[in-house]
Design a protein around this ligand. Structure first.
Ligand code: PMP
Length: 436
């Protein structure tokens, strides 16, 4: 398989774009340095065509979770094209933002009002500003990944291990003002005592957390957090940028029957078009009017148009049920292969965002080997699948037929074969700290 054009362009990119691109998770080094195709020419359904004309089935991160309905969904694209034809921008506002706000409120009985942005990090910053304005308190307890902004990275100012358990191990918050130190306090998921002691020690006004990432709640965790927040008049925010619409029609908190005061959605809301939302209770959301939160392109029309059509298709197709079922079958497939070759494997993630890790000191080598060998067979693949409705049974079956002999190679390596003899290039990066 040729990927000369993509690799060449990535080298040029690094000369003119610091880091090569704008999103860590799409850097080729995260998958397969020097060999990953890096750029796409076309994307449709669950397929991607690279710059060298290779047709690849995406069994990896599917645009990092943006396209639950698959790439280029015909109905969503048609709605967007109609917007392009009739006009995306004007001095007046687009009506779709009102319809979308009404729809999101209808899906979440506890919420009354909505603000929109175009990225998840922005939605998180908006929510924090509103919550701080409402509570009158600066200090925030967090659990999870909430973007790149100063408010969040300040958690690593005092202790650069602050965000270690939250997807960003070893991150250096250079450029974040030092005087934000002591404003954000991380707590571990399912560790209620840790959160309670933070609340007792500091004047916490806001708790922001992902409802569920790699593990589910244990021992009534979410309900305990809700009770604590209510008792101490703390604004409770659920960051559903990634979990939203994966397992329920709306926030995954609906599954656990626990209601926050605010929630954010992003990623999948526009099926690939940029749109993110902050929803919340009326008295809290109204605090947005006591501060200043305003941006030009939060008013463009493609985002809410795409989201309205995406929600209509999701509701009709019950996409959250389909992707959960497919994700469970993929996890089952990995288990079967791991058992067949007696490889110890750890499974993680929501069913629709399912992943696994080899429990071996050579885990990154094996992940790279999978990406390399699967690429040769026409797949974008690593060790996690962000499932879309276009991942049909045939697609999944074909994927496992291709993956089976690669697990066999990994078995050989566990038995002494040198994995570096099998790899044609460097090993993938394992996290933020090693990448620059
Ligand atoms: N919150 C969560 C829970 C996320 O998963 C992400 C993205 N991975 C973000 C916020 C940030 O979203 P964005 O990359 O669109 O800024």
């Amino acid at each position: 398989m040729n990927n000369n054009i993509g690799s060449g362009l990535w080298k040029r990119a690094k000369n003119v774009i610091p880091g090569g691109n704008m999103l860590l998770s799409k850097r080729p080094e995260m998958f397969l340095p020097d060999q990953w195709p890096a750029y796409f020419n076309k994307a449709k359904g669950c397929k991607v065509w690279d710059l060298d004309g290779n047709e690849l089935i995406d069994m990896s991160i599917m645009g990092i979770g943006t396209n639950i309905l698959g790439y280029g969904h015909p109905e969503v694209d048609e709605a967007v094209q109609a917007t392009v034809t009739s006009g995306n921008m004007s001095t007046l506002n687009c009506p779709e933002e009102v319809y979308l706000a009404e729809k999101l409120v209808e899906l979440h009985s506890w919420a009354d009002m909505v603000r929109f942005s175009r990225s998840g990090g922005e939605a998180n910053s908006i929510a924090i500003r509103i919550a701080r304005a409402f509570s009158g308190r600066d200090k925030v307890a967090i659990c999870g990944y909430h973007g790149w902004h100063d408010w969040y990275l300040s958690a690593n100012l005092g202790d650069d291990k602050g965000l270690d358990g939250h997807l960003l191990p070893g991150l250096n918050p250079l450029g974040v003002p030092r005087n934000l130190q002591g404003t954000v306090f991380p707590f571990s998921y399912n560790n209620f005592e840790e959160l309670e002691s933070l609340v007792n020690l500091h004047d916490i006004g806001v708790i922001k957390m992902e409802v569920e990432r790699n593990l589910g709640p244990k021992d009534n965790f979410l309900h305990k957090v809700r009770k604590l927040a209510t008792e101490r008049s703390i604004v409770l925010i659920f960051d559903e940028c990634t979990s939203g619409f994966r397992e329920t029609f709306g926030g995954i908190h609906k599954k656990y029957d626990v209601e926050p005061d605010m929630a954010m959605f992003g990623k999948a809301l526009g099926n690939g078009y940029a749109i993110a939302a902050v929803i919340g209770r009326r008295e809290i959301m109204n605090a947005a009017q006591n501060t200043f939160i305003s941006s030009t392109f939060w008013t463009e029309r493609i985002g809410p148009t795409a989201a309205l059509k995406t929600l209509e298709v999701m509701e009709r197709e019950k996409s959250w049920e389909k992707i959960t079922q497919t994700g469970n079958s993929i996890r089952q497939g990995w288990k079967i292969l791991a058992d067949k070759y007696a490889l110890p494997v750890k499974h993680w993630g929501l069913p629709a965002l399912t992943g696994f890790t080899f429990e071996s000191p050579q885990a990154l080598e094996y992940k790279s080997l999978i990406s390399q060998e699967m690429l040769a067979k026409g797949y974008l693949a690593a060790n996690s699948v962000y499932v879309c409705t276009e991942h049909t049974k045939d697609v999944v079956d074909g994927y496992f037929d291709s993956l089976d002999p690669i697990f066999g190679l990994i078995r050989d390596c566990e038995d002494g074969r040198d994995v570096s003899d099998l790899l044609n290039g460097p090993v993938c990066h394992g996290g933020f700290a090693r990448l620059n």
